[in-house]
Design a binder for this molecule. Sequence first.
Ligand SMILES: *Cc1c(COP(=O)(O)O)cnc(C)c1O
Length: 826
Amino acid sequence: MAPKLPISGYDYVMPKPDAETIRKSIVYKLIFILGVDPKDADEHQWLNAAMLAARDLIAEDFLKTRRAHIENSKRMVYYLSMEFLLGRSFVNALINEGVYAEFEEAFKQLDKEFSDVCEQEQDPGLGNGGLGRLAACFLDSLATLRIPAMGYGIRYQYGMFKQEIVDGQQVEKPDLWLDQDLAWQFARPNKQYAVSFGGQVLNMGDKKEWHPSEEISAWAYDEIIPGYGGDVANPLRLWAAHAGNLFDLADFNRGDYASAVRAQNSDENISRVLYPNDSTESGRELRLKQEYFLVSASVQDIIARHKCRLANIRNLADEVAIHLNDTHPVLAIPELMRILIDEEGLSWTEAWNISCKVFSYTNHTLMSEALETWSVDLMGRLLPRHLDIIFEINAYFLNALRAIGNFDDEFVRRVSIIDETHGRRVRMGWLAVIGSHKVNGVAKIHSDLMVNTIFADFAKIFPERFTNVTNGVTPRRWINIANPALTAFLDKHLGEQDWRLHLDNLVKLNDKADDAQVQAEFAEVKKAAKVRLADYIEKELDIKVNPEALFDIQIKRIHEYKRQALNVMHIVDRYNKILENPDADWQPRVFIFAGKAASAYYMAKKIIRLINDVAKFINNDSRIRDLIKVVYIPNYSVSLAQIIIPAADLHEQISLAGTEASGTSNMKFALNGAICMGTLDGANVEILDKVGAEHCYIFGNTVEQVEEIRRNGYDPLSYIEQDHDLRRVVNQISHGTFSPEEPTRYNDVLQPYGDHYQLMADFRSYIDTQAKADMHFKDKAAWNRSALINIANMGFFSSDRSIADYCRDIWYIKPLTEKELPRRPE
Ligand SMILES: *Cc1c(COP(=O)(O)O)cnc(C)c1O
């Protein structure tokens, strides 16, 4: 784009381009970068050209940011995550750069349907669920808050699988997201690092030398993340695996092309897929290799960047914070130690002091079965030097404990990084806690439980280390992009200060929530989103749903702890009661589900099938007269969430108390004026606290009650025996009412003897609370008022607030000031 060239020398102070400039730039990109005649270009090529034009704006911000960061010696944070669930980039970039209207106008001038062009973009499937989406919201907030930062992840060739529902069952198809061939990422062929595996460690006097047996090359691709307001842009650097020695030339010269390529293929498998099936040994090995691949390339890059700037490795901790998103990147700790000691020649103590200051770690789960451990054998085989270092970290740590004296052997055994009770395993969570200066949970209740349960021992040793940062979501994507009608409504009602940057401004809606006119306007906002979703459902699934019905939505990964099965039990109970009492004043409801099950997770896949069987059965029962519709929307993704969430009236956040760390879809829904049906779990607790009990449906046992029930020996059968409705539902599901062609299909789903997630214990409270929501919904004014009060009190849940917390309490980083990085002239 011509006007985006530097005005003079290396200065980048460019005015915002107008529509005509943009139109010319798009055509220029199409012809001269993509080599396509505008007369022949298809929608996809127009998108590609437009993305290149938009990228120019972001690239300029990125260079300015980088320069301001270096010139002012600002501290910087590196965010390491195995997942980044970004969603589409194009419209986000336009909104954050403030040029959406100009691009829309440019396409009008080109006589092209802008929305058709935008729809061409596929979501990059580089994540699986909340953890990856959190990382994406955080990148948006970091750039918006003008924090020098960089994300590191893996450029999976096939991200999360594409989900199809065939005969009611999940079928996994490869997600060929790179096939769309968008010229959006910057390839960085000059950023390559060798990542090594295997071999042995030799003792060379007081030094150790690692002689690996395998080497793979990590190549960098940068996705530039623009902040809202368009001054700062930060890179997300994604690593792709390339065969280390290209391929075996000896094989090739012998004419054995196949085996030369085979070796190359197996190396490049490292960045082939997100979450290899970990039910096999080779799948687990691949996953461990992926984790090391990410951290090794990233830590090498961080050190190279630091050295090129300041040339002194000893002040690394002054300049750099490295954040570990869950335990997956925790090998970064031994990797940094290895480089500092083996390559930079620092002493153990010097290296450890630096390392502990650099790292911080976010815990994402309390469920012990989900805490990562690796067998000592596997780690010793793949990463012998790192295993050495982990042993040494452990020895120092345990010796220090013993020196303090008041910890008994049992305690020391429990906090050892090496678990000796399950066939010697490395506990990654323990390593993370010992090697970080701060450890945080992701919602208040989660952080409290963290220090009282899984990390209770460590909280005694390092009480000051543990803290909370409640998650948040970015209002730019989750309102501005996802919900155009609500965006216009907020712009109209919130006045001067931009709510996109100051989400606390939403509180002004509290004063308007009683205004009938405002309620009616909001009803139109909701209606528009529901019609949009109903159209989508009809187009994609050929199911007609009534936008006047109550839309009751549960969208998230399918997992037993999230209790989609409890939702199904409510649907079945409602079905029974409608048949029993057809003339009662039933509130029509549309139940909407979406979510993927991990490919090796038998029970989650069965739950998907159950939902679809129940949907088929009830949707086709004419006696129900559309009082219930059940819809399973396949292939849940960020883009799908953007269509579904604004349309919700009620959202289901019904995990067993104590199992969901935070949840973030609960925040997105409330922000879009939906009311929570939830347990006292994760961030639901804080949402309740902000919006008040009248505007948030809470049911079920508390964490304390759940624990007490467990302690006393939970007996699901006693609930079933006492509750006629529950008994009927369990019998119908277990005995084949919804699978007449195979009556035993669901005989193991509700587990009346095990019921680990206590569905039976919460059933009655859930059903009764759902009935209250029906009553509330019938009073439209009251419901709209509650919805408005939900929106009004969501300011706290902006990821900008989360990132401000991290910067202040964990990373010790300040934003770039306007002096350090001047704002772009209007
Ligand atoms: C927000 C989000 C999630 C997280 O949902 P939870 O209900 O908090 O588990 C998962 N996937 C996508 C696509 C999301 O946008």
